[in-house]
Design a protein around this ligand. Sequence first.
Ligand code: AMP
Ligand code: MG
Length: 351
Amino acid sequence: MAKPLTVLGLETSCDETAAAVVRGFPPGPGTILSNITYSQIAEHRPYGGVVPEIAARAHVELIDGLIERALDAAELDLGDMDAVAATAGPGLIGGVMVGLTSAKALALAAGKPLIAVNHLEAHALSARLCGHVEFPFLLLLISGGHCELVEAAGLGRYRRYGATIDDAVGECFDKVAKLLGLPYPGGPQIEKLARNGIAKRISLPRPMLGREGAEFSFSGLKTAVRQLVTKHQPLSEDVKADIAASVQAAIVEVVSDRVRHAMWRFREVYGGDREFPFVAAGGVAANRAIREQLAAVAKSELFSLHLPPLELCTDNAAMVAWAGLERLAAGLTDSLDAPPRDRWPLETMHA
Ligand code: AMP
Ligand code: MG
C-alpha cells in the first residue's frame, strides 16, 4: 500500500468559495477530512444570475477564512499537507485568480508543491474520490456553466464527445425560471413546480434529439418558452406549472438521447459487452427526473451509473483537492507561474 497523501484544495471558479482537505491514494476512494463551501447564491440572487465582479470580490473576502476553517476542521496545519491545489480554470477569471494566487502563496510559504487543477478534471475525478471507479469511464457534466460528454481514458487523458453549442443545461433551467418569475437558481424551482404540471399540455422543441454525435443545444428551448410566456400573459399558476413540467421533460429527453449516443461511441472505442462506469456530475445532476432517466439509459446500455453525493456534484473544493492528489501521486506538479485560465478544454491537458 502506498502512503496516503494529504492535499488542501481551493475552488473559486464560479460562485462557490470553497476549501477542503482530502487524504488518500489513487484510484480511491479517498477520505474527506474537511469540505467547506460558501455558496454566494444570496449575493447574486438580486441579479438573477452570477455577476463575475461580485463573485471575485466575495472570493477575496472569504477565501482566507475558509482555508483556516478547512484546516481547523481537519485538525491539521499547512505543514501536514503534501501539496496545495487550486482550480486554475476554466471559470470566471477574476475568481480563478483569487483561488490560484492564494494557493501559490501558501505553497511558497510552506515549501509545498502547487497543483493547478482543471475544474472539469476535478468534476470527472470526483467519482473516484467517493467510490470505486476505474478508467476508462464516460462522464456527463451538467451544471450552470458546463454541459458536455467526455471519455475519460486515464488521468489527464480526455476526449470530448460533445458539448453545448449555446447555453449550458443549468443556464437553460435558470433562464426559463427567470421567464416564469421564479428566483435564482432556477433548476430546483422548476423541478418543484413541474410536479404540479402536466408536460403534455405544452409542446416544446427537443433540440438535437436523434442527431449524430453528442452535442447539445438549449437556446431554442429558452426562446420557445419566452414566446409561450408572452402568449399566455398574464401567466396562471396552472400554465406556469405546465410549462415547468414541459421544459423539464424536454431537457430530460434531450440529455438522455445525447448520453445514449455518447455511450454508443464509447462502446465503439472500447468494445465488448463489459460494463463500464458512467459518471454524472454538476448541479443539474441533482434533478430527480434526470437522475431516474440516466439510470434507465445506463442500465439499457450496460453502464454502471455513478452519481457523486449532492455536495460533491456541485462545485466544491474536495474534488479539487482529490484531483490535485491524483496528479501529485502521478508526479505532476506545477510551477508558481501556472496561469489562471478562463478557457481550458479537457482535451488539451497532458498527463
Ligand atoms: P453548479 O453550476 O454545478 O454549481 O450547479 C448550479 C446549477 O445547477 C444551476 O444552474 C441550478 O439551477 C442547477 N440545478 C441545481 N439543482 C437543480 C435541480 N434540482 N434541477 C435542475 N437544475 C438544478
Ligand atoms: Mg456553482
